[in-house]
Design a binder for this molecule. Structure first.
Ligand code: MRU
Length: 365
C-alpha cells in the first residue's frame, strides 16, 4: 500500500540482498524500517512482534530461512533454523506452513543450491500472499456491494478486531482488503476499529492504516461493539484468523469470540477473511486443540503510548502486586461464523464447505 505516495510492502529484499521490515512497534508514531540480518534477528522480530499478523509471520520466517541458507546451507542449519523460528510464536499456523514449505523444497537439494532456491521461494511466498489477499478483497467486495445496495444509502458500517490489515500481511491485509476494494470502487464504508487490548493493534495499527488511506473510521473500546450492534450501527463484522481448523473453528486475537457472540445475538453477519495457508487441516476442534499463546503480564498491567517529549512510554494502570493473565488468542466456534472469505470465494464454515473449496490442499496436507 502507499504511504505518502510511496508504495510499501511490510517485508522486502533490496537489490543488495538485505531483507527489510517495517518495525511495527513504533507505529502509529513513526514509520521505522529495519534490516534483519541473521536468524537470531528474524526470531527476535517475530517473537517480540516487530512484525506480527499470521501471514506476515509466515513470510518473515520464510525470509529468515533464506537468509540463514545464504550463510550456512547445511542440513544441520536447515533443521535448526526450522526449530528456532518455529518456537517463536505458537498460535499462527502460517509460521509452520511457511517453514514446512521451505524445508520441503530445500531438504532434497544439494546444499550449494539451497541459498538461491530459498530466496526465490521466500519472494514467491510473499507474492502469493499479496495475490491471495487481493482475491479475498474481491470476494468480500461482493458482500459489501450487496449490503450497500440493500441499504440504499449511507455507508456500510463494518466492525473489525485487531489488525488484519496490510501490516499483518505482505500487502492488502485480509479483513481490510474488501474495505480497500470497496473504497476504491466508491462505495462509502465506515469502520469501527476495536482498540484490541492489551497490545492495541486496532488503535495503533488498523487506525493508522485507515487514517493513512483516508477511510472513514472510529476507534472504539473493545467492549463497545455489542452496544453498537444492538443499536443497528454495525452492518457486518470482518476479522482475520491465525488458524482455522478443518471444520471451520476460527482462532484469532483475544476478544474475537465475544464479538462473534454479540454478532449472532444481534443478527449481524460475522465474516472471517481466511487465506488458505491459515487452515490447519490436522486440527478439528479449535478450542481443545489449538495452542493459545500466553504473553507477559506487563502487556495487561501497563499501557504503551507516546509521552510529550516524543518518547514511547509505558504507564502502569493497575496496583503493584496485582498479577495478570494474558491469553493472546481465542477460538470462535464455526457455528458462529457466517462465512469464510477465502481467495477462492466465500465458503461455509463447515468441514464439508472447506473440503469442497480446498479439496486439493486438504489431500496434500
Ligand atoms: O498477536 P498478533 O498481532 O500477531 O495477532 C494478529 C491477529 O490476531 C490477526 O487478526 C490475525 O493474525 C490475522 S492477520 C491477517
Amino acid at each position: 500500500m502507499k504511504i505518502d505516495g510511496t508504495p510499501y510492502r511490510t517485508i522486502w529484499q533490496d537489490a543488495d540482498g538485505t531483507v527489510n521490515i517495517i518495525d511495527q512497534r513504533w507505529l502509529p508514531h513513526e514509520l521505522r524500517i529495519v534490516p534483519l540480518r541473521d536468524r537470531a534477528e528474524f526470531a527476535t522480530a517475530i517473537r517480540d512482534m516487530w512484525v506480527r499478523g499470521a501471514p506476515l509471520i509466515g513470510a518473515t520466517a520464510a525470509w529468515g530461512m533464506a537468509v540463514q541458507m545464504a550463510d550456512d546451507p547445511s542440513d544441520a542449519a536447515l533443521d535448526e533454523t526450522w526449530a528456532v523460528l518455529h518456537e517463536t510464536r505458537p498460535t499462527a499456523i502460517n509460521l509452520r506452513w511457511a517453514l514446512d514449505e521451505m524445508r520441503r523444497l530445500l531438504a532434497p537439494l544439494p546444499p550449494a543450491e539451497r541459498a538461491r532456491a530459498a530466496a526465490h521461494r521466500a519472494a514467491q511466498i510473499c507474492d502469493e500472499d499479496v495475490e491471495i489477499n487481493r482475491r479475498i478483497g474481491l470476494h468480500g467486495l461482493q458482500i459489501i456491494r450487496e449490503i450497500a445496495a440493500r441499504k440504499g444509502g449511507g455507508p456500510v458500517n463494518i466492525l473489525t478486531h485487531c489488525n488484519a490489515g496490510w501490516l499483518a500481511t505482505v500487502d492488502w491485509g485480509t479483513a481490510t482488503s474488501p474495505i480497500y476494494h470497496a473504497d476504491a470502487e466508491g462505495i462509502p464504508v465506515h469502520v469501527f476499529v476495536d482498540e484490541t487490548r492489551p497490545r492495541n493493534q486496532g488503535a495503533q495499527l488498523t487506525a493508522w492504516e485507515l487514517n493513512s488511506h483516508g477511510i472513514s473510521h472510529d476507534l472504539i473500546v473493545d467492549n463497545a461493539g455489542g452496544h453498537l450492534m444492538q443499536h443497528g450501527e454495525v452492518d457486518m463484522v470482518i476479522v482475520g484468523t491465525d488458524r482455522t481448523t478443518a471444520r471451520g473453528d476460527v482462532c484469532n486475537k483475544i476478544g474475537t469470540y465475544l464479538k462473534a457472540l454479540a454478532a449472532r445475538a444481534n443478527g449481524v453477519p460475522f465474516y472471517v477473511a481466511l487465506p488458505s495457508p491459515t487452515i490447519d487441516w490436522r486440527v478439528r476442534d479449535g478450542v481443545r486443540e489449538i495452542p493459545i499463546e500466553e504473553r507477559g503480564a506487563g502487556e495487561v498491567t501497563m499501557v504503551q503510548g507516546r509521552g510529550p517529549d516524543g518518547r514511547i512510554v509505558h504507564v502502569r494502570i493497575s496496583p503493584d502486586g496485582t498479577g495478570a493473565r494474558n491469553p493472546a488468542f481465542d477460538v470462535t466456534p464455526a457455528e458462529l461464523v457466517t462465512g469464510l472469505l477465502t481467495e477462492r470465494g466465500l465458503c461455509p464454515a463447515t468441514e464439508a464447505g472447506l473440503a469442497a473449496m480446498f479439496g486439493d490442499l486438504k489431500a496434500a496436507a
